[in-house]
Design a protein around this ligand. Structure first.
Ligand code: ADP
Ligand code: MG
Length: 317
């Protein structure tokens, strides 16, 4: 009977090729620790995300989609902090080491990591219910990282791209022949695009930033708490995914639906022209959706001028 390849042989085959050494990663997969060397004038930014089967992605999710989505979700945190991606680690828990699954997973992971200049610095492989934990590492010039705490009264509030599609997709996940609109929503759910170039360009421009993983209202709320500020948000300005306005829940999804992984950021009024240019350069809409106020309250204003109460963002517990 042919011998099954050992865990180490599988790591060597499927993961070691993703671990190119660079001036940042002096030593990657194959030793006890990865050795990282950020430049002297840089800070290291870290973020970890865990994706559990049945909680963050549906059972029997295609491995290539899983790899891309996991990396994108993690990278979105680096983008929100204005970091340039450098390396990541992968803790993989799986019921078995299924070779076709690993081949498809690692191929997609290599593609996505390559697009963002990420080397796989190491990881861990264990047996159990399917679960991925990815830690991403990036760098930013000293003092330049974007935090949630810098929003000031009078700042504009912006949102990148469009909103609501990923939440709407949850209603269509099992539709066999989705319409063009449903496909657009599904694309937003399965293939979120981390706004890395935007985050890097916002260093020195944005006063605060966050990525929208739990819904705009909830995530803007985090900026407000960290900045001890309030905000007015104009619902009619929200950039809904094309076609979403035809759904009764469209506005709700844009305001409170998660998983879009766009950036919400604040910037002084003086930066408006610069941000118009940036949107053109990145071919990414940057929509001014409100302003920062005093008073530590988020006021959402409907098209009739009346207050709108957003549903709560997604919470695990
Ligand atoms: P140790 O027993 O010293 O913790 P491991 O057996 O966990 O080492 O891992 C051996 C090497 O393979 C390490 O360099 C580790 O970073 C790497 N590695 C293990 N699992 C993965 C994985 N899923 N992805 C990337 N690298 C991995
Ligand atoms: Mg280990």
């Amino acid at each position: 009977m042919p011998k099954r390849p050992s865990e180490f042989a599988l790591i060597e085959r499927f993961f070691a090729p993703l671990s190119g050494v660079s001036s940042f990663l002096r030593c990657g997969i194959g030793d006890d620790c990865a050795v990282l060397t950020p430049a002297a004038d840089e800070e290291l930014l870290l973020s970890v995300d865990t994706l559990v089967e049945g909680v963050h992605f549906p059972p029997a999710y295609p491995p290539s989609q899983l790899a891309e989505r996991a990396l994108a979700v993690c990278l979105s945190d680096l983008a929100a902090a204005g970091a340039s991606p450098r390396a990541f680690t992968l803790a993989l828990t799986a019921p078995s080491l299924d070779e076709p699954w690993l081949a498809s997973f690692s191929e997609a992971l290599a593609g996505a990591a390559g697009r963002y200049g990420l080397a796989l610095a190491g990881g861990d492989t264990t047996r159990g219910p399917l679960c991925l934990s990815l830690q991403v590492m990036g760098v930013a010039p000293r003092g330049a990282a974007l935090l949630r705490s810098g929003a000031r009264q009078g700042d504009d509030i912006y949102v990148s791209g469009n909103l609501g599609g990923a939440r709407a997709a949850l209603d269509f996940l099992s539709i066999a022949e989705p319409t063009a609109f449903e496909q657009r929503c599904l694309q937003r759910y399965h293939r979120p695009e981390p706004r890395v170039a935007l985050g890097e360009a916002l260093r020195g421009v944005a006063t605060a930033a966050i990525d929208i993983s739990d819904g705009l209202a909830a995530d803007l709320g985090h900026i407000l708490r960290a900045s001890a500020a309030g905000a007015r948000l104009y619902c009619e300005r929200l950039p809904l995914l094309e076609g979403l306005d035809k759904l009764a829940q469209g506005l709700d999804y844009a305001l409170s639906g998660g998983d879009d992984y766009e950036l919400c950021f604040t910037a002084p009024v003086a930066a408006r022209d610069q941000l118009v240019e940036l949107a053109e350069r990145l071919t990414l809409p940057l929509t001014r959706v409100g302003e920062i106020t005093t008073g530590q309250v988020l006021r959402c204003i409907g098209s009739d001028g009346e207050p709108v109460t957003p549903a709560g963002g997604y919470q695990h517990f």
